[in-house]
Design a protein around this ligand. Structure first.
Ligand code: ADP
Length: 368
């Protein structure tokens, strides 16, 4: 078991002006599956590598179970790391690859064998034990890499984009396998990805990073429903949330968002927070699933209905994406599988105003 605490963790690379990781504070609970997510270069891998002991720390502290490990070498941290490129030894077969770390640590031969067979069984690769890595598919290689981590029975598993090299289908399959593995091993997992779907589906909590700092740390649905700023809102969710620039206006004690081409009324509960923005520009964020074709919407009114041109209809089988244009903004709606509006015609869309977000147009922080 392991909980990990990062205190004011910083990393500046030689020659680098800006911190690659800046003042990261995080407590990772025992048996938690924590995801570090963010765009390329935001400092995810650096954070993970500092936890592993593969990268020196510029300042701050890393604690594993009440032990300060800043100066503990990687091999003594009882952590196993799985990399994107598998990092298997090409000249060794699968058994040897999995056994290698244990042999280095002088485990008795019988124990090594037992652990390798156990791990191979869990991962369904027993029949490949004699093969070399080049004789395996990407997914199988990644299983071997997982196996090599499992046999060590580490207190923490670190994953650095482990699925990035796999094709889309295999990624989905491995995602669920890692999920099952986690249930079975009951160990702390820290997982780095730039893929918001992996972040949403796998983690107990998501840490969204940008430019070396943590923007938000919460469970996936909280991050999705209550993003702290425009960046987090845009990063989590697929298709991405729609943003529209507009102005807050007031008429007869009602607040509206005036997009230029259309106006929608905010719901009453939003008034206190939006009141200071009267007459000012804001950004409205509305997710594609919160926009309905009026023909199928139950709560349409002139105050939540928007006219737009449907430019593209994209049926995906289980749902349909509509690519719309209000005359000022492009946006996407995600509607029912059998909805097929005419292309290049105007149509009415209903916004679920209880679900929309507003962001300060200067700071991009969340207002609502
Ligand atoms: P991520 O994993 O989120 O893609 P990284 O942690 O790899 O980001 O990188 C964070 C920042 O640190 C980036 O700006 C990157 O260019 C820089 N960086 C990473 N590794 C090194 C290194 N070995 N030397 C110098 N700069 C580095």
């Amino acid at each position: 078991m392991a909980n990990i605490r990062l205190k004011n963790l910083c990393k500046t690379y030689n020659g680098g002006g800006m911190d690659a990781v800046h003042n990261v504070n995080l407590e990772i609970r025992d048996k938690e599956f924590l995801i570090l997510v963010g765009p390329s270069g935001c400092g995810k891998s650096t954070t993970l590598r500092m936890i592993a002991g593969l990268e020196s720390i510029s300042s701050g502290e890393i604690w594993i179970n009440d032990r300060l490990v800043n100066d503990v070498p990687a091999k003594d941290r009882n952590i196993a790391m799985v990399f994107q490129n598998y990092a298997l030894y090409p000249h060794m077969n699968v058994y040897e690859n999995m056994a290698f770390g244990l042999k280095l640590r002088s485990y008795p031969k019988a124990e090594v064998k037992k652990r390798v067979y156990e791990a191979a069984e869990i991962l369904g690769i027993t029949r490949y034990l004699e093969r070399r890595p080049r004789e395996l598919s990407g997914g199988e290689r990644q299983r071997v890499a997982l196996g090599r981590a499992i046999v060590r029975k580490p207190v923490v598993f670190l994953f650095d984009e482990p699925l990035s090299n796999l094709d889309a289908k295999m990624r989905v399959q491995m995602r669920t396998e890692i999920h099952k593995l986690r249930m079975r091993l009951q160990t702390t997992f820290i997982y780095v990805t730039h893929d918001q779907t992996e972040a949403m589906t796998m983690g107990d909590r998501i840490v969204v990073m940008d430019k070396g700092v943590i923007l938000q740390c919460a469970d996936p649905m909280t991050v999705y429903d209550q993003p702290v700023n425009k960046f987090v809102a845009s990063f989590i969710g697929s298709p991405p949330i729609n943003f529209m620039q507009g102005r807050i206006t007031r008429r007869e004690r009602k607040y509206f968002f005036d997009e230029g081409k259309f106006q929608v009324k905010l719901i009453d509960g939003m008034y206190p927070k939006i009141a200071p923005y009267e007459g000012r520009d804001v950004i409205m964020g509305v997710r594609s699933e919160d926009i309905y074709d009026k023909l199928f919407a139950s709560e349409a009114s002139p105050e939540n209905t928007v006219r737009a041109t449907c430019e593209v209809v994209e049926p995906l089988g289980s749902e349909v994406f509509l690519y719309l244009n209000s005359g000022k903004h492009n946006f996407i709606a995600r509607v029912g599988a059998h909805d097929r509006p005419d292309v290049n015609r105007d149509m009415d869309l209903v916004f679920d105003m209880s679900k929309v977000h507003f962001f300060d147009s200067k700071t991009e922080e969340t207002i609502i």
